[in-house]
Write a protein that binds this ligand. Structure first.
Ligand SMILES: C[S@@+](CC[C@H](N)C(=O)[O-])C[C@H]1O[C@@H](n2cnc3c(N)ncnc32)[C@H](O)[C@@H]1O
Length: 309
């Protein structure tokens, strides 16, 4: 039977002084996994108010098996759970911090409204587009999740565009000499707000990133883009819903300090093995590659390119 426990139900989380204690930890860089309800952990975290980057991929309330967690709450209860963990994240975040939420269509609007009502600013509403959505006849096949990028202070946030550049269509498709004549970042651009391409598919089948017995694992390239863009080496990254541990795995490989929280003990054990012993498997990444969806055009000497017109 799946049991949903309430916000005050993470019994082994606190020591006698009421401080929150990690279940797993490692050094160089400091990496911690807390076992419990993220609402409890966030409210007692020593780093409250100083986390540089939060990435949250919550349960979607789609009745998925996540160990002891009940992923099939009445809608009102799910919405109030959502507001509670969002508020916990806002309190944990530093004034210059960024908050990303990975969420499907049915809850994106509620989350956007709540974060705006709490004074956060939306920087981007990105889309993670994947092929191989669940087949169905009754409506269009879902092939995206929303990647909502919020911050507390748009004028004072960590943003590293040079860390995430990709080859532009101008360079890779049209062979436009003007982009190669630029002073810096020749042929490169900041990625668009729809994310797809090599290594961006859902993690399933014999994908080499796949961790068995984990649901809804996010691709490493997705976290690599978020972490490189919105944090620096040594910064503190937090994920309130660890799952297979993708966020801490990538953060640790990229020399960030990190904290993740997981409700289920079996999921946490497997996540920690990945974070500490396995690490990122896509070290070649996608940095600097092209996401163009058409083949390169043969350059036509003296003629305008399609992008010029
Ligand atoms: C969608 S999965 C996260 C997947 C993760 N992004 C990955 O790449 O593997 C959500 C996870 O949150 C955990 N979870 C659900 N409710 C929680 C809560 N209140 N506190 C902490 N973890 C929770 C679930 O057990 C599940 O492992």
């Amino acid at each position: 039977m799946s049991v949903h426990m309430t916000a005050s139900s993470s019994p082994n989380l606190f020591d006698s002084a009421g401080c929150v204690q990690p279940t797993y930890q490692a050094t160089d860089p400091d990496t911690r996994l807390y076992l419990g309800d993220c609402r409890d952990v966030l409210s007692r975290l020593p780093e409250r108010g100083s986390v540089d980057l939060i990435f949250a991929d919550p349960p979607f309330n789609w009745d998925v098996q996540y160990g002891e967690w009940n992923d099939d709450m009445p809608r009102e209860e799910y919405e109030s759970f959502t507001r509670e963990w969002l508020d916990g994240c806002i309190e944990a975040l530093a004034p210059h911090g960024s908050l990303w939420v990975n969420i499907p269509d049915d809850s994106a609007a509620e989350i956007v409204l709540h974060l705006k009502s709490r004074g956060l600013t939306m920087v981007n509403w990105c889309i993670w587009h994947f092929r191989f959505g669940q087949c169905r006849q009754t409506a269009f096949i879902t092939s995206k999740v929303h990647a909502l990028y919020f911050c507390k202070d748009p004028a004072n946030r960590t943003w590293n565009p040079d860390e995430i550049l990709e080859l532009s269509d101008r360079a890779s498709v049209y062979g436009d000499p003007r982009t190669m004549a630029k002073e810096t970042n020749k042929g490169m651009r900041v990625p668009m707000d729809v994310w797809y391409g090599k290594y961006w598919g859902r993690i399933q089948g014999n994908n080499k990133e796949r961790r068995h017995n984990h649901q809804n694992q996010i691709p490493e390239v997705y976290l690599e883009r978020v972490i490189r863009a919105c944090s620096n080496e040594g910064d503190l990254v937090l994920d309130p819903f660890a799952g297979s541990g993708t966020t801490c795995t990538v953060a640790r490989t990229l020399d960030r300090r990190s904290i993740c929280i997981e409700y289920s003990s079996t999921i946490a054990e497997s996540a920690w093995e990945r974070i500490e012993r396995i690490g990122m498997v896509r070290r070649d990444g996608v940095k600097g590659t092209s996401s163009a969806i058409v083949s390169p055009r043969r350059p036509r000497v003296g003629k305008k390119t399609a992008e010029d017109s």
